[in-house]
Design a binder for this molecule. Sequence first.
Ligand SMILES: Nc1ncnc2c1ncn2[C@@H]1O[C@H](COP(=O)(O)OP(=O)(O)OP(=O)(O)O)[C@@H](O)[C@H]1O
Length: 349
Amino acid sequence: MNALTSPPLLQVKDLCKSYAQQTEWAVDHVSFSLGRGEILALLGPSGCGKTTTLRMLAGFEKPNQGQILLKEQDITESPPQKRNIGIVFQDYALFPHMTLLRNVTFAMRHIEKTQQVEKALEWLQLVGLKDYAKRYPHELSGGQQQRVALARTLAAEPELVLLDEPFSNLDAALRESTRKEMRQLFKKAGTSVILVTHDQAEALTFADRVGVMQQGQLVQLNTPQLVYQQPANAFVAKFLGHTNLLQGTAQGLEASTALGRIQLNRDTQGEVQLSLRPEDLYMVASDSDQAALVKEREFRGHDYLYVLEQDGAEYCVITPSHHYFELGSRVELRSERFAAVLPPQMFGA
Ligand SMILES: Nc1ncnc2c1ncn2[C@@H]1O[C@H](COP(=O)(O)OP(=O)(O)OP(=O)(O)O)[C@@H](O)[C@H]1O
């Protein structure tokens, strides 16, 4: 059996959860599967149900209905310690009175005592902290503590690792480097991972596939590129960065819109709602009073985010940071790439 024909490591089928005194589902008929060695991010705003989903996978929360299969075994009712699933929390939860080595060997009760130290040092080596083995958690930076928490989780050799907003306590620079290192580590070790986050940049850079949750439902699950470029609805389009939502009338692979004729990502006819990313628009200085007005400009280091007004509607455009336009000046707005056609039932979402 190869990776394509072998069954997925994890199958989640029609999972539902409502908390006592709540009429709405916190998790609403969620289904997905995870391949071996795959990294999946569950992404969504606060309260969309991602932590509840993770807690059901870990066994800390009981679903009202649905099924969780790990290696084709039904674990829906199994207690957390019987699932062979590791979880890394936001606050690391290291034992403060134990050295890093003890923190890691603590998770290795499945291994002969005589081999624990050697194995634990290997895990610490993997996360780049072997030389710190005799230190205590308070003698480490936040990023280093996070890596120890990860080594401890991996030392238990789980089938699946769950990460609950693991980078949110780190500052911006450390967050970026830690997540890059962690991704490389997971890929090297072939670890299967589910990450929960509300940070779209984190989900897009860290995961092989991104699942976007909205009000308890998994509304889109696909590669980072497709979720970003072909959002399933207006909510996904807006949640993953900035976008311009436009109405248009489509004729095949083109639509006429307030910004003129725009290429579409798929063949369609009639009234459509489109999502046009701000980096896919560009501006050309204009003398015409009818052209778009430069209303706002935000310098963001590697780019500018402009807000323009044309015929009473606002548009956002992201340009390289050397494309400078004065506030109050006029520009012609042109589209450089395809707009994504959104499904009609999501109008107004
Ligand atoms: N223990 C609980 N008791 C009652 N309601 C809860 C409980 N935990 C979560 N909820 C509710 O369930 C819904 C989903 O919450 P959940 O924590 O899963 O969302 P989330 O996407 O992880 O949000 P956040 O990013 O803020 O943690 C929310 O409406 C929340 O208020």
